[in-house]
Design a protein around this ligand. Structure first.
Ligand code: ADP
Ligand code: MG
Length: 238
């Protein structure tokens, strides 16, 4: 499982400087959370990692491989979106297996991998349903299933729980953490929710206006916030 290296990435939309020299080294199997107020550049950073947006400058390595100019499909990472992005006309099984089918994997192998992913996410009994026949939590599990079935080197998750009600959100946090424990896949998780960041992360990256304010584990962040913004944002006594 790859180490990810983000080196001096900047992103401009016209005159708007959305990311400013963003650098971050992520260890194998780490769960890193990017957190910060709306508009600070979190989704932009994930899209650049996924290859869905080009960086204006800078470099991204996965393992030893420079992926800066590679297409999304050549990066071996799976993204989970806030709106789930499930195909409404496909069954749960076909939604989960879609990426494998695109890769021309034999049908029997796809079925076995889909079964295994569905079991891990406890949606085996839903495989013949369509997305509209699922609850919010079930849809989110299917979206996660679609990511894990590909066995990628890393997961990118952009506010995956923000469409769920508060109670389910707390439950799914624990599920995602448990999934991470089980699979050990490097994960970069984006949220604007400080509590989510502090409870789920190995390390938290606090962002503001395209700048990294601090990178630290939750305990250090709480006890030694680097500045007033960090202290205020995470509500630490400092
Ligand atoms: P976050 O996910 O932290 O809320 P985003 O990364 O979505 O923030 O956006 C960061 C900034 O970049 C915002 O000011 C947003 O309006 C701007 N932005 C995002 N995407 C585009 C785009 N395609 N074109 C122009 N501006 C954009
Ligand atoms: Mg966003």
């Amino acid at each position: 499982m790859a180490k990810i290296s983000i080196q001096n990435v900047t992103k401009n939309y016209g005159l708007l400087n959305v990311l400013k020299e963003f650098s971050l080294e992520i260890e194998n199997g780490e769960f890193v959370v990017l957190v910060g107020p709306s508009g600070c550049g979190k989704s932009t950073m994930l899209k650049i990692l996924a290859g869905l947006e080009p960086a204006s400058s800078g470099k991204i390595l996965i393992g030893d491989k420079d992926v800066t100019d590679l297409a999304p499909g050549d990066r071996d990472i799976a993204m989970v979106f806030q709106n789930y992005a499930l195909y409404p006309h496909l069954t749960v099984a076909d939604n989960i297996g879609f990426g494998l089918k695109m890769r021309k994997m034999p049908a029997a192998d796809i079925a076995a991998r889909v079964q295994e992913a569905a079991k891990i996410l406890a949606v085996e009994h839903l495989l013949e349903r369509r997305p509209k026949e699922l609850s919010g939590g079930q849809r989110q599990r299917v979206a996660l299933g679609r990511a894990i079935v590909r066995e990628p080197q890393a997961f990118l998750m952009d506010e995956p729980l923000s469409n769920l009600d508060a109670k389910l959100r707390v439950h799914m946090r624990a599920e995602i953490s448990a999934l991470h424990q089980r699979l050990g896949v490097t994960t970069i998780y984006v949220t604007h929710d400080q509590i989510e960041a502090m409870t789920m992360a190995d390390r938290v990256v606090i962002m503001k206006d395209g700048f990294i304010q601090q990178i630290a584990d939750p305990d250090t962040l709480f006890r030694r916030p680097a500045n007033l913004f960090v202290a205020g944002f995470i509500g630490s006594p400092g």
